[in-house]
Design a protein around this ligand. Structure first.
Ligand SMILES: Cc1cc2nc3c(=O)[nH]c(=O)nc-3n(C[C@H](O)[C@H](O)[C@H](O)COP(=O)(O)OP(=O)(O)OC[C@H]3O[C@@H](n4cnc5c(N)ncnc54)[C@H](O)[C@@H]3O)c2cc1C
Length: 468
């Protein structure tokens, strides 16, 4: 618990109404979207400016109090669970779009801006902010940057990292620095912007971001192809890419996922199909028409049972929403839902899905797999019950094997959800001891007192979940 003298100093910095220490509030911020991780913070602060944040950090650094920055808490790697207690920092007062610069094609935003609000605001000006995690209705830009989030448009447009041009950051010693800027070119020194993107709140607090925008494409078309074999769907993905087309979206859902989504969305998805591809292309009308035609031919050549192009935007949005609802709909099945994001080179999707199915059988688990086929980023998801310790044990073992297989196939333990506390024990599988030491050296030099989001990324035993 924090001493009263520290709480008084925090009140002096942010004002009494922006400091919460009640049990109800502490419990509310003791967990995030990751199942089975929970720990109470000592206080929750809602600062209003970069200067207030700098003063909080200076105080915490002196007193060695842990700080957990928190956007909307939708991360799936226990990134905002305050495992070492301390202070949770919210950005609800720092949620303004400061500028949309139509000449430089940039948006300058505070960290608490909701992703979809930014997308809508720039679209009104004929511009596109492409990163679109499925959680975009609630996730914040600060969270997206710190997890380097991806989305359905990732295949063509890349991930959050590709759209962060500059940052304002408060470092763990309280210094405020600016990296990058509204610049297309900038090679002055180390690329701190890239280092901070995906740093999961462990290196500082992002208080402002300059983001790159692109012109809104003239049109887009969405289609659905269904298959009786996973291999045929995977071959279709490879064939589309190797024929030098880059669709905006190339998403995959397996049979168990289709069944669960259809039970909820009731939009006529074929529940007997073994795999479904959701494909979207955007751009100039002629290019989109040409690509959709060619992609239809490729799907048919690879034994698609049906290939249908959405007849209007409403139907297209229904399909996109259905895919975005995958996690939420699977979560209706059982009290606990564990989703991972093992990622492989896209040429390895078929062997990876096959391995996931074998592992599911070996451990007698239902695993629904969906994800970004074009990126090789798969989300094997297990509906389970945390109170059933024996089953949870099997789930842990299954995921460990899934990570091992992904790395063996040239992939990684996480494509977009981050390491946090949940995947920290597996980081070495991907980076090796030396890789971890190089990262630890960066962390140590910027945050010698380890106040920023401790017990994340480097801790080895954090996957011991708290069973409620
Ligand atoms: C239903 C659902 C669907 C999802 N779909 C996707 C998807 O398609 N793609 C994807 O990539 N992810 C997805 N996610 C995961 C999650 O939404 C993303 O990781 C998202 O970027 C988190 O945003 P947030 O605002 O909730 O951040 P939080 O969860 O609050 O925080 C995420 C991390 O950022 C740090 N952080 C937050 N703000 C700051 C700041 N200002 N300065 C420093 N550190 C900060 C936190 O400490 C934490 O480590 C999904 C989650 C759910 C629940």
């Amino acid at each position: 618990m924090l001493e009263q003298s520290v709480i008084n100093k925090l009140i002096e910095i942010v004002g009494e109404s922006n400091v919460e220490t009640s049990t109800t509030e502490r419990v509310s911020y003791s967990y995030d979207a990751t199942p089975n991780f929970q720990a109470l913070p000592d206080a929750i602060l809602a600062p209003q400016s970069t200067e207030e944040i700098a003063n909080i950090i200076k105080l915490c650094n002196e007193e060695k109090i842990p700080i957990v920055p928190r956007g909307s808490g939708t991360n799936l790697s226990a990134g905002t669970t305050p495992l070492a207690g301390g202070i949770v920092i919210l950005f609800k007062h720092m949620n303004r779009i400061l500028e949309i610069d139509e000449e430089n094609l940039t948006a300058t935003v505070q960290p608490g801006v909701i992703t979809l609000d930014l997308c809508n605001a720039v679209e009104e000006k004929g511009l596109l902010y492409p990163p679109d995690p499925s959680s975009m209705k609630i996730s914040t830009i600060g969270g997206n940057i710190n997890e380097n989030s991806g989305g359905l448009r990732g295949l063509k447009y890349g991930v959050t990292r590709d759209y962060v041009l500059g940052l304002e950051v408060v470092l763990p010693n309280g210094d405020i620095i600016r990296t990058g800027g509204k610049l297309a070119k900038d090679v002055a020194g180390y690329d701190l912007t890239r280092l901070l993107v995906g740093s999961e709140g462990t290196l500082g607090i992002i208080t402002e971001a300059i983001l790159k925008l692109v012109p809104l494409p003239e049109t887009k078309k969405t289609m659905l192809a269904t298959y009786q074999s996973m291999d045929d769907a995977a071959m279709t993905v490879s064939a589309i890419i190797s024929q030098k087309m880059t669709p905006t979206t190339l998403e995959f859902m397996d049979q168990p996922t289709i069944e669960v989504i259809e039970a909820y969305a009731k939009i006529g998805l074929p529940t007997d199909a073994k795999a479904v591809l959701l494909i979207e292309q955007d751009g100039m009308v002629e290019v989109v028409d040409r690509d959709i035609k060619r992609i239809t031919e490729i799907c048919k050549a690879h034994h698609a049972v049906t290939v249908e192009v959405a007849k209007d935007e409403m139907e297209a949005e229904q399909l996109r929403s259905a895919r975005r609802a995958a996690l939420s709909t699977i979560a209706r099945l059982k009290p606990t839902t564990i989703l991972e994001d093992a990622t492989v080179p896209r040429s390895q999707i078929a062997p990876m899905v096959k391995a996931i199915n074998e592992i599911a059988e070996k451990y007698s688990l239902k695993i629904c797999t969906f994800g970004h086929a074009g990126d090789g980023n798969l989300h094997p998801t297990v509906p389970t019950d945390a109170r059933d310790r024996e089953e949870m044990d099997r789930v842990e073992k299954a995921f460990e094997e899934i990570f091992q297989k992904a790395v063996e196939l040239g992939g990684t333990i996480t494509g977009e959800h981050g390491v946090g506390a949940m995947k920290a024990p597996y980081l070495e599988m991907k980076l090796g001891k030396e890789g971890i030491e190089a990262m630890r050296a960066i962390k140590q030099s910027l945050d010698p007192n380890n106040i920023m989001n401790p017990l994340k990324m480097f801790a080895k035993d954090t996957r011991k979940r708290v069973v409620l």
